[in-house]
Design a protein around this ligand. Structure first.
Ligand code: ATP
Ligand code: MG
Length: 436
């Protein structure tokens, strides 16, 4: 094997400058002389063998006894350079290295493409994130890709989740969260301020005056509402109706917004949306267009869809998210007592993802449906209980139990709400949707 005799002169050329090697009659770059030369030499001696550019120098060094000490030292230099690259890749370096290095790699056009579909509102949020200290193009792109395109989304999400989703380093995230919280003025505030905020809470009509009254004037935004009940009690029908009603103008009981429907059971029916839209004299084509639909094929997929929703909310003006049903997949996938803790933990995380969305977007309403299961130890009264146990009970803000009444009638019972009295409401499911 040819040896890199020219390497003795390498110290005369500065880093980055080409160095002409007499032996292989090629230019080498300082810092890479040994590696390039060795690759060349090996290629020359073994016929037709293609040498991988990323060949492990350390392997070659250990196999060649005749390599001089200088060459060995040089090989360490090469390894060291490679090591530094590795460290930078792993984001273990502090913010400055992180940004500077990656910003070079980033293609600004990529970021522009990403932002092209954003509405003005969404762009304003991104602009605010861009102004956070230490946010370069690369960090910004990573944040946007992971769904953290507003100060709120950064401030309200636990650092471990931001890190997992975006791949940014601990220190960068810590600084970003701190700066976002400062900008948003998150901290203690007087109850008066909270009241001012709650006075302006928006509501979506259910289509039934009685049901709206049970909710204190309609299904409110900024929280997670759970409808649970047996089959055919109207959970899916209510979900469809809310997708139509959220599109109504504010004076008609809507929010002038779009809906995102996550269907885990395959029971979303556009024909029902058309019937309900006609009930309001709305153009059903427009109504259908304003419903973003996602079919979740398993629990992991369901969790992923909710995570992806973050980026769609501003872009599509989404004011309502439906998950129908919340734990169907979890019940069928996690079987046996041994999986219970794991299942509950995943459901808990999923519900918190939804709750966090309502913190980030206070004018967003999240509605989930839930099945019931029988309580074998109940002999008197209602033997059914909402599935999912305490995790779901504590995760949702308002819980309503649905049961069948006479014919098309259904009864809704308020089970738990932080500010509403217990009570019942009767509503009907008709061809044109939910009415009194
Ligand atoms: P599951 O737990 O099985 O998902 P669910 O609570 O979601 O049940 P829905 O699908 O909301 O049940 O309700 C189904 C009921 O809605 C039907 O049994 C029927 O009474 C009523 N319904 C559905 N479509 C129409 C329609 N076009 N016209 C009138 N009523 C309808
Ligand atoms: Mg259903």
């Amino acid at each position: 094997m040819a040896k890199a005799s020219g390497t003795n002169n390498q110290s005369q050329s500065a880093v980055g400058e080409p160095y002409f090697c007499e032996e292989c009659k090629r230019n080498h770059t300082k810092g890479k002389i040994y590696k390039e030369h060795l690759n060349f030499a090996k290629f020359e001696s073994v016929e037709d063998k293609v040498v991988d550019d990323n060949i492990e120098i350390s392997d070659l060094v250990s196999n060649d006894d005749s390599i001089s000490k200088e060459e060995e030292a040089l090989s360490y230099e090469v390894e060291e350079i490679e090591d530094v690259d590795k460290v930078i890749d792993e984001d273990d370096l502090d913010e400055e290295v992180d940004e500077d290095d990656l910003d070079e790699e980033i293609d600004e056009d990529d970021l522009d493409d990403e932002l092209e579909n954003y509405t003005d509102d969404a762009n304003a949020c991104v602009e605010a994130v861009k102004k956070l200290p230490g946010v370069g193009e690369a960090t910004l792109k990573k944040l946007i890709k992971a769904g953290f395109s507003s100060l709120e989304s950064i401030a309200y999400t636990p650092p471990t989740i931001i890190q997992k989703e975006s791949g940014l380093g601990d220190k960068t995230i810590e600084k970003l969260i701190k700066a976002s919280m400062e900008k948003l003025g998150i901290g203690f505030k007087s109850a008066e301020v909270v009241w001012e905020h709650r006075k302006n809470i928006a509501r979506i009509t259910s289509g039934s005056q009685e049901l709206d009254n049970l909710f204190g004037g309609g299904i409110e935004t900024g929280c997670v509402i759970e409808f649970f009940g047996e089959f055919r009690t109207g959970k899916t029908q209510l979900a469809h109706q809310l997708c139509v009603n959220v599109q109504l103008p504010k004076e008609a009981g809507g929010l002038n917004g779009s809906a995102l429907y996550i269907d885990t059971e395959g029971t979303f029916r556009p024909e029902r949306i058309i019937q309900m839209a006609e009930g309001h004299d709305l153009d059903h084509k427009k109504v259908l267009k304003n419903i973003v639909f996602g079919r979740a094929y398993n629990s992991d997929h369901q969790v992923m869809l909710v995570k992806e929703a973050t980026n769609l909310i501003k872009e599509k003006n989404i004011k309502l998210i439906i998950v129908d049903s919340l734990i169907g997949h979890f019940r069928s996938e996690y079987i046996g007592r041994g999986t219970l803790a794991n299942r509950q933990q995943t459901i808990n995380g999923h519900l918190h993802d939804l709750l966090r969305l309502t913190d980030i977007f206070p004018d967003l309403c999240v509605v989930v449906t839930n099945q019931v299961q029988s309580k074998p130890d109940v002999f008197y009264g209602n033997p059914t209980v909402a599935a999912g146990g305490n995790i779901v009970a504590h995760g949702s803000t308002i819980r309503v139990y649905l049961r069948k009444g006479k014919g098309e009638q259904r009864v809704a019972k308020m089970i738990d709400a932080p500010h509403l009295p217990d009570g019942e409401a009767v509503f009907s499911i008709t061809e044109n949707g939910i009415i009194d």
